[in-house]
Ligand binder design. Structure first.
Ligand code: HEM
Length: 266
């Protein structure tokens, strides 16, 4: 993918698009539909979900060689896999045949996507709502490139906290970004989990996986395992991605193969 040659962060952005698509109405490319009432403008996506133009250019290349066959939902799934692979991560076989949905669901996007200040329990409930489990919660919290602008209450590492406070002074303009995976930006690896063990999770929803009371009986042991064993982490990440890519696909006569990922066919 040429887009990654100019900006490695795009790998993260494309992976996130697939995730934000699958959690709302299933993996049906509903996130790609334009319109003020679309998912693009839901809180978890507005001004942070990105990569739509990259999907457009993949779609037009695919359409010009074989028109009306490959859905936008399948393109999202393949782009997510290739992004992980090209960032040094593992590959997996992407099941194909998803069709594109006919509607976007902004309310669903606001309700179903996990927020960075949610508890482990709440996040887990949102995963369970789409058929995923606690292991999936942990395997997925990685490889976050840019993002937040606010240090939070669960931060332990003093150096990181000072660094973030300098980057984002109180009353700053809110436009600064920071890698969520310190010391391993742009690389798909288990460094994120090593950071959590050292108290260097950037988002509250990161650090709680290791440090919270709830984590002691739920996610902490999985974080420890992944921090020590990248192989197991890669293997479980692969399984989680396959499961996520299978959330409520539209098949058979349901949905359509969109011609343009931003609009339903007329
Ligand atoms: C477990 C609950 C999750 C929470 C609370 C969460 C929250 C966040 C937040 C707040 C950001 C920063 C967005 C920004 O302002 O730019 C982010 C970025 C990101 N998330 Fe998540 N996320 C979660 C799960 C996932 C999952 C399941 C995946 C992938 C399978 C994922 C992949 C990413 C990636 C790759 C980025 C960086 C995107 C970019 O740089 O464009 N996250 N996440």
């Amino acid at each position: 993918m040429n887009a990654l040659k100019t900006e490695m962060r795009m790998a993260a952005s494309l992976l996130r698009l697939h995730f934000h698509d699958c959690f709302v109405n299933g993996c049906d490319a509903s996130i790609l539909l334009d319109g003020a009432d679309g998912e693009k403008f839901a809180l978890p996506n507005n001004n942070s979900a990105r990569g739509y133009e990259v999907i457009d250019s993949i779609k037009s290349a695919v359409e010009s060689s074989c028109s009306g066959v490959v859905s936008c939902a399948d393109i999202l799934a393949i782009a997510a896999r290739d992004s992980v692979l090209l960032s040094g991560g593992t590959g997996w076989q992407v099941l194909l045949g998803r069709r594109d949905g006919l509607v976007a669901n902004q309310t669903g996007a606001n309700l179903m996507l996990p927020a960075p200040f949610e508890s482990v329990d709440n996040i887990t409930l949102k995963f369970e709502a789409v058929g995923l489990n606690l292991t999936d919660v942990v395997t997925f919290r990685l490889f976050n490139f840019s993002g937040t602008n606010a240090p939070d209450s669960t931060l332990l590492d003093q150096n990181m906290l000072t660094g973030l406070q300098n980057l984002c002074p109180v009353n700053g303009d809110g436009s600064r970004t920071t890698p969520l995976d310190w010391n391993s930006t742009d690389l798909f690896d288990n460094n994120y989990f090593q950071n959590l063990v050292k108290g260097r999770g950037v988002l509250e929803s990161d650090q709680v996986l290791y440090s919270s009371e709830q984590a002691k009986t739920t996610t902490r042991s999985i974080v420890e395992l992944y921090s020590k064993n990248p192989k197991i982490f890669f293997e479980e990440f692969k399984n989680s991605m396959i499961k996520m890519g299978n959330i409520q696909p539209l098949t058979g006569a349901a949905g359509e193969i969109r011609k343009n990922c931003r609009v339903v066919n007329s």
